[in-house]
Design a protein around this ligand. Sequence first.
Ligand SMILES: NC(=O)c1ccc[n+]([C@@H]2O[C@H](COP(=O)([O-])OP(=O)(O)OC[C@H]3O[C@@H](n4cnc5c(N)ncnc54)[C@H](O)[C@@H]3O)[C@@H](O)[C@H]2O)c1
Length: 292
Amino acid sequence: MYNLHGKVAVITGSGRRLGIGEAIAKRLAAEGCRVVLSDLGQAKGEAFGAEHIGLSDEMNGILDEILKAGGEAIAVPCDVRSESDAANLVAQAVEAFGRVDVLVNNAGVGYLMEPFTEFNESSWDAVLDVNLKGAFLCSKHAAIQMIAQGRSEGPVRRSGTPDGSAGGSIINIASQAAKSGFPFAAAYTASKHGLVGLTRSNAVELGKFGIRVNAVCPNHITTGLGDWQNRFFSEKLGLDYDTYLKGIVDRNPLGRTGLVEDIAKAVAFLASDQSAYITGEAMNVSGGEEYH
Ligand SMILES: NC(=O)c1ccc[n+]([C@@H]2O[C@H](COP(=O)([O-])OP(=O)(O)OC[C@H]3O[C@@H](n4cnc5c(N)ncnc54)[C@H](O)[C@@H]3O)[C@@H](O)[C@H]2O)c1
């Protein structure tokens, strides 16, 4: 356990059952964080159908479970593509809990996939708007709040600089697709590569405020979105589902697919002071499948 007692964590895209965001929210709550769940809450047009997004009822169910387990949490609907929604998300967190210490940019669209020559502009825009612009907007408003909170004075090192123990931690959920290319996923892959660029740029710029910015790069989680992707790719490759899944497991050095909890553990570490000297990283959590 990383003991995150008293920290306030905002997690976008955390209102969908079986999602990585749900696991992150539950793990951070179990570590003592006061948690702000957030998701789109309702279907919006063709690109954001009810079958792919976290609905209000789903998010409220996750909220209830965190509260029943003794955690502190609220739920705030937020479309990360909207700057006013992003600003409101941070404002609601501050109103409820007084501060923001951790932002996890987890909201993502990974189900709009087509062969490149058939990829339409509206799908490209939807993917880039959520995965990259959404992270920019939420990071911007979280950083404004973290800077206003000031940097806590950690033990002073011999060099005279504080140990960087506070300010804040922004964690971007990128992907293996931030490191390697994938067929049918030009927009997704471009957005996740871009998210690592945003991570590095913000790490350099916000470091002086004690704000650390890192990315976590999962390879393949087979629940929720991952399950949808397995079906999509097995169909495209003409393989049955189990054969396709076995291929994923066989090429993984640790011989299994990822679990949402694997990602939540990495996020808890990056949210904690145990990672106080780590910023600008894009950490693979892939069982060794991706290592650069
Ligand atoms: N599942 C995997 O194998 C895998 C692998 C690598 C990276 N990822 C990344 O992990 C993150 C979580 O994915 P997941 O697998 O839990 O899938 P998921 O579909 O369960 O979660 C994505 C969440 O983003 C939300 N979202 C979509 N558009 C939004 C918007 N406009 N505003 C706010 N929220 C919005 C959805 O409602 C959903 O709750 C994503 O960024 C995804 O790209 C997933």
